[in-house]
Design a protein around this ligand. Structure first.
Ligand code: LP5
Ligand code: MN
Length: 243
């Protein structure tokens, strides 16, 4: 069985060439071994619409890396994160990947695995959830995508600054997953393995729900170094990638 790899929260941007290099190395040296690669959101620091490709050489390189990996035989799937929810079909076609909705249940070997970005589990963060509801509405997205690129970049940067200010005033616990929502998610999905990112708190958790011991993997963010979660015949393994 060729392995399956999961990554998220790379936050690729021109300001972090070191992380871009780690990603390129991962794509060239590690990812081709995988039958499937799941990118569970926040591939980019922010995404303002697929015409970002016209002005962003880094993004075009990422597309080329993804398309090259797909051409070598790795099936690639992408799920939106809270930074790149405007990534659309033009990007997906160019990168040769399929966009998955959040959540998505897959079967790997015979193991049911539920995939999420992870932000929907953070229901105690009421301010974020109301922001999310607004920016995920088709009407808001249509209005935003009609604005000129420069205006969208300025808006994305203002939201980033405002978000950082608000985060500095939120308790850590508020920005983590809500335990009841996690239990409910296991229960209503038949007690799968849950894989998500977003919280930047990489870990393997065990939850006891309705007499079942359920595993929740939280993916490594790529802030200080890179990382991926792998699954194959030998089981699950979280790996780090350093320079
Ligand atoms: O991203 P992260 O992990 O740092 O924080 C998230 C939540 N923040 C966000 C916002 C993103 O960081 C930035 C999104 C940029 C998207 C760009 C594309 C669309 C832009 C439009 C242009 C085309 O998701 C943060 C959570 C945290 O995770 C932990 O879960 O707490 O949530 C917030 O901080 C949200 C705030 O609480 C409320 C929203 C503030 C936005 C105010 C808008 C101000 C606009 C000013 C315009 C002049
Ligand atoms: Mn996120």
């Amino acid at each position: 069985m060729r392995p399956t790899f999961f990554i998220s929260d790379l936050h690729l941007c021109a300001e972090r060439p070191d992380i871009t290099r780690l990603f390129e190395r991962f794509m060239e040296e590690t990812a081709p071994a995988a039958a499937s690669l799941y990118i569970l959101g926040d591939l980019f620091e922010y995404w303002i619409g697929d015409d970002q490709l016209d002005i962003d050489p880094l993004a075009r390189n990422v597309v080329a890396q993804l398309a090259a990996l797909a051409a070598k035989g790795t099936k690639i799937f992408f799920m939106h994160g809270n930074r790149d929810f405007l990534l659309g079909d033009r990007f997906a076609r160019s990168a040769s990947f399929e966009i998955l909705s959040d959540p998505t249940m897959v079967s790997i070997g015979s193991v049911p695995v539920l995939l999420m970005h992870g932000d929907t589990l953070c229901t105690d963060d009421v301010a974020y959830q109301s922001f999310r509801a607004q920016v995920r509405s088709p009407a808001w997205q249509q209005a935003i995508l009609a604005k000129p690129i420069a205006e969208r970049i300025a808006l994305a940067q203002s939201i980033r600054s405002q978000s950082d200010i608000e985060k500095s005033m939120k308790a850590d616990a508020i920005m983590d997953v809500n335990a009841d929502v996690v239990s409910g998610t296991f229960r209503s999905n038949g007690f799968p393995v849950l894989v998500h990112g977003h919280t930047h708190r990489p870990a393997r958790h065990e939850h006891t729900v309705g007499g079942h011991t359920c595993v929740r993997w939280v993916l490594q963010d790529w802030h200080n170094f890179g990382g991926y979660l792998g699954y194959d015949n030998a089981g699950w393994q979280a790996m780090t990638i350093t320079a």
